[in-house]
Write a protein that binds this ligand. Structure first.
Ligand SMILES: C[S@@+](CC[C@H](N)C(=O)[O-])C[C@H]1O[C@@H](n2cnc3c(N)ncnc32)[C@H](O)[C@@H]1O
Length: 253
């Protein structure tokens, strides 16, 4: 299996091509198929579902976000079952979800064979849109679990149950892009220098965070546009990395 590589295409055949028990963590942000209670609203473009007019910045739409509730559950079970085969025993899994899809996400995780262990919170802060008489939709969720028993002595420290991180314009490269700082916190569930799998890489935030912190990674993204965005971000890290390594080797001498 070639690591530190981003594949472009449908994740199902990609996942089927990966060897069993070869990956140390699944950390991914799949399409939520959310943003509407009715089938008509689900079919709307992702920019119109997930972006306020004031923040639209010419982001490209993405596919896979149109399924109704039953097909979303069935499809999630299909790719999660394949991930179960690929993960090493005891490996952690983290799935992003919004409030609407929390029940479906926790059902799919368990139906695919994983042990559900909890939910961490990404608090997007008071920067999110206020609505009078309503609770702010201020949080997204990280449903997490493991492939069977997850030993305590994996070389991983205590992790936060809530990550408070605002979305910064300069750090947003996708309609539903996650901040790199959030992904750095989430990736810490993986054993040090282990292989992190993200089959829905989008603009590559999981992979960028993995590269920054010395993990190996393997990703897949359906959209050629977002594959290019992710590869450009990963390439941009390279000079900084080379400088850091040469600085370390100077210090070693
Ligand atoms: C929620 S976004 C991921 C955003 C990412 N976390 C980021 O920070 O940029 C989900 C991504 O999954 C991709 N996708 C949808 N269906 C897919 C499939 N069948 N195989 C692979 N990627 C898919 C979409 O193109 C979209 O970019």
């Amino acid at each position: 299996m070639e690591v530190n590589k981003l594949y472009q295409g449908d994740c199902l055949p990609f996942l089927e091509s990966l060897p069993s028990e070869s990956v140390d963590a699944l950390i991914t942000d799949p399409p939520y198929a959310s943003g509407g209670l009715h089938i008509g609203a689900r079919q709307a473009s992702t920019t119109s579902k997930y972006m306020q007019t004031s923040t639209k910045r010419g982001f490209h739409d993405f596919a896979g976000d149109h399924r109704d509730q039953r097909s979303h559950l069935r499809w999630s079970m299909m790719w999660l079952s394949e991930c179960w085969r690929i993960l090493k025993p005891g490996a952690p899994v983290c799935l992003f979800s919004d409030w609407r899809q929390l029940p479906t996400t926790t059902d799919a995780l368990q139906a695919a064979g994983f042990s559900w262990r909890g939910i961490a919170v990404w608090d997007k802060t008071e920067g999110t849109r206020p609505v009078v008489g309503r609770f702010r939709a201020q949080c997204e969720y990280i449903v997490w679990g493991s492939k069977g028993n997850m030993p305590l002595d994996r070389g991983v420290g205590v992790l936060p149950g809530a990550i408070r991180q605002v979305v910064k314009t300069a750090d947003k490269h996708h309609i539903t892009g996650k901040p790199v700082e959030v992904m750095r916190q989430v990736n810490r569930i993986c054993v040090p220098s282990g292989i992190i799998l993200d089959p829905f890489a989008g603009s590559g935030s999981t992979l960028v965070a993995a590269e920054m912190d010395g993990y190996q990674w393997i990703g897949c993204e359906l959209s050629p546009h977002y594959r290019d965005v992710a590869n450009a971000r990963l390439q941009a890290l390279k000079p900084a990395h080379a400088a850091a390594v040469s600085h370390e080797s100077t210090l070693d001498r």
